[in-house]
Each structure stands twice: as structure tokens, then as C-alpha cells.
Design a protein around this ligand. Structure first.
Ligand code: FAD
Ligand code: NAP
Length: 313
């Protein structure tokens, strides 16, 4: 049986695509998710910017009902990694990690992106408990407090400026003495009074207790250690888009990809390959929020319903 739609990734984008395709009348839709459905927001200890959710809620609390809601309308779920998606004529082939394949008339991919880890001691242990990669999401928790930002690119500098408006002070830790950022952004950093530059320095160890982070030890190029007492550490050392499933055997991609690896889509989430839609954090210019990923999933699903209808009738 050829699936009406194969959904790759079970984060907010994939799950919403699953809801809208099945509820919109497609009968054979399978979502392939390599782990537990829910996506990267499952790592967040608190989410307070998802519309309509007003109480204290973890990322896991937010996402738990989503798969059940989709199953009610007939979404099938396979817990497996998709290693490659290819296309021959009108039919996509979904290659799975166990060596088996499925076929589909359309594909919605939402495999997300993964913030790079900086690699210092305690970073993994305190991730989501004081170490964060999302200032929009977690900055407000440190209102009026001091925080650290790690990184020297556009993202780190822009997020440091954002945090400086909320927090009493931002220590910007960068491993060199020049930034990899737009001159205008660097100038804004230099004239922001509550940003202290800690240059030629790298994080050595984040420490804390079961309540969260208490501080960060930073090492400079002479090997001297400075202890910065803060409850929050934000790392922005680059992101990797999870686009591997679109890579073909010859190293090319199934659709157009930007220089930095994001999938190029139009406002309908259409890629350059007919029948293939890309959603959420992996698509170009993504706001990297749960609400926008879910929105992308709905937009792509509505497109897929028309695409499959036209293809088969
Ligand atoms: P993801 O959530 O990344 O989901 C992609 C899914 O695809 C994953 O479940 C992954 O396992 C799966 N997958 C990947 N590759 C494959 C494959 N080859 N085969 C099968 N499955 C695959 N946003 C907010 O709006 N508010 C917040 O407060 C907030 N807080 C955050 C806190 C943290 C700590 C983090 C890390 C992020 C936070 N975000 C927040 C951002 C938000 O989580 C993302 O923008 C959102 O999850 C993106 O959804 P997505 O569906 O595009 O991708
Ligand atoms: P990036 O440009 O790759 O910068 C990553 C930064 O983190 C670099 O300064 C790097 O240091 C540092 N770093 C990397 N690994 C580290 C480690 N292990 N420990 C400590 N520091 C580490 O990533 P980005 O800032 O996320 O930007 C990604 C792309 O998006 C860029 O092309 C950027 O221009 C673009 N972007 C543009 C805008 C905009 O136009 N407004 C905004 C955001 C992002 P080094 O400098 O020493 O390598």
C-alpha cells in the first residue's frame, strides 16, 4: 500500500501535520519518529509562551496529549529513524533504519534542528535546568538577574542584546577577541552598559545543585579561572539542521537547501520537489518556536490534502 502521506519527525511540526492530514480526510498517514513524540521542547522545564496555556507547565506536559489527539483521527506512528527519503516519478520511498522501506505519494518533513553543545563540564547535566539555548523561551525566568551568554556569532550577540533588556547584567563569553558578527551588532553590544565582555575565554564548568545552576567557571587563554555567579547560562555556538534524511546516495539533496543547511520553502511550506513539504525549525527563516512549528505543520498538511487529491483524481 502506498501511504497518502509520510510524516518524518514527531515534534510540534510533525504532530500538527499528522492531526490536520488525518482530520482533513487522508486515510493512510504514518508519522515516523525516531524517539518519543514531542520533539526538543520535551527538554524544557517550563513553557509560558504557548498561547492559551497559562499555568506552570513543562515541555513534556505540553506535548503529552498531542499524539493521542492525532491517533483519534487515525494517524499511525512508527518509532523508527528515517535514514533517507528518495523519489521516483510520483512516488516517494521512505528508507528506514531497520533496512525496510515504505512508499508515499507525499512527504511532510519536520526533523528539527539541534543546537550545538559547547562541550564544557556540566553542560549536559544542567541542560534545561539553567543551561539553555533559547533566550526567547527562557530569558524571562532571569528577569532582574545576571546571566552568561556563550558565543561570538550573530545569534549570541543578538540574544545577548535581547537578554540585556530583561536581565540586570549579561556576561558575554567569547573564545577570541573579535566577533563573527555584523559591525552594527558589535557596535550595539559595545555601547550596552549592562553587557560585560569576557574575551579570550571559554566555559570550563557549570555548577549547581538540584535546584539548578549556581555559576560558571570560565578559563582565559592564560589558564586563569574566573568564577561567575549566575543562575542562567545561555549557549549560542551554532545550530545544525537535521537534514540528513534528505541526502541522496550521491551526496546531493532531494530538494533545494540553503548554504547553512535549511530547507528552502515558500509560504506554503512547498520545497523545490513536488509533493515534499518542509516544516518547523528545519526550514529557512524559521522563528524556532513551538507555535510556529505547529503552524507550519498545519499549512503543509492543507497543501498535502490538495496535492494528493489532484494526483489521484
Ligand atoms: P523538533 O521539536 O526538533 O522535532 C523534530 C523531531 O524529529 C524530533 O522528535 C526528532 O527526534 C525527530 N527526528 C529527527 N530526525 C529524524 C529522523 N531522521 N527520523 C525520524 N525522526 C527524526 N519554543 C517555544 O515556543 N517556547 C519555549 O519555551 C521553548 N523552549 C525551549 C527550550 C529548550 C531547552 C529548547 C531546546 C527549545 C525550546 N523551544 C521553545 C524551541 C522549540 O522546542 C522548537 O522550536 C520546536 O520544538 C521545533 O519543532 P519541530 O517540530 O520543528 O522540531
Ligand atoms: P556561528 O556564526 O557559527 O557562530 C558560533 C559562535 O560560537 C562563534 O563565535 C564561535 O566562535 C563560537 N563557538 C563555536 N563553538 C564553540 C565552543 N565549543 N565553545 C565556545 N564558543 C564556540 O553561529 P550563529 O551565531 O548561530 O549564526 C549562524 C548563521 O546564521 C551565521 O551565518 C550568522 O551570520 C547567521 N545569523 C544571522 C543573523 C542576522 O543576519 N541578523 C542572526 C543570527 C544568525 P569563533 O567565532 O571563534 O568560531
Amino acid at each position: 500500500m502506498v501511504l497518502d502521506c509520510a510524516i518524518i519527525g514527531g515534534g510540534p511540526a510533525g504532530l500538527t501535520a499528522g492531526l490536520y492530514t488525518t482530520r482533513g480526510g487522508l486515510e493512510n498517514v504514518t508519522m515516523f519518529e525516531k524517539g518519543m513524540p514531542g520533539g526538543q521542547i520535551m527538554n524544557s522545564s517550563e513553557i509560558e509562551n504557548y498561547p492559551g496555556v497559562t499555568g506552570e507547565i513543562t515541555g513534556m506536559d505540553l506535548m503529552m496529549p498531542w499524539p493521542k489527539q492525532c491517533q483519534k483521527f487515525g494517524l499511525k506512528h512508527e518509532m523508527i529513524e528515517v535514514t533517507r527519503v528518495s523519489k521516483d516519478g510520483d512516488i516517494f520511498t521512505i528508507h528506514k533504519a531497520d533496512g525496510t522501506v515504505d512508499e508515499a505519494y507525499s512527504v511532510i518533513i519536520g526533523t528539527g534542528s539541534s543546537p550545538r553543545r559547547a562541550g564544557f563540564k556540566g553542560e549536559d547535566e544542567f541542560f534545561g535546568k539553567g543551561v539553555s539555548t533559547c533566550a526567547t523561551c527562557d530569558g524571562f525566568f532571569y528577569k532582574g538577574k545576571e546571566v552568561v551568554v556563550v558565543g561570538g556569532g550573530d545569534t549570541a550577540l543578538e540574544e545577548a542584546l535581547y537578554l540585556a533588556k530583561i536581565c540586570s547584567k549579561v556576561y558575554l563569553i567569547h573564545r577570541r577577541d573579535t566577533f563573527r558578527s555584523a559591525p552594527n551588532t558589535i557596535a550595539r553590544i559595545e555601547r550596552t552598559e549592562n553587557i560585560e565582555l569576557v574575551l579570550n575565554s571559554v566555559p570550563d564548568e557549570v555548577y549547581g545543585d538540584k535546584m539548578g545552576v549556581n555559576g560558571l567557571k570560565v578559563k582565559n587563554k592564560d589558564g586563569e579561572i574566573r568564577d561567575i555567579v549566575v543562575p542562567g547560562v545561555f549557549t549560542f555556538v551554532g545550530n545544525d539542521v537535521n537534514n540528513e534524511a534528505l541526502m541522496q546516495e550521491d551526496g546531493s539533496f532531494l530538494c533545494e537547501i540553503s548554504k547553512t543547511g535549511e530547507v528552502i520553502v515558500d509560504i506554503s511550506m512547498k520545497t523545490s520537489t513536488p509533493g515534499l513539504y518542509a516544516t518547523g525549525d528545519m526550514r529557512i527563516a524559521a522563528p524556532k518556536q513551538v507555535v510556529s512549528a505547529a503552524g507550519d505543520g498545519a499549512v503543509a498538511a492543507l497543501q498535502v490534502i490538495s496535492y494528493v487529491d489532484e494526483l489521484l483524481n
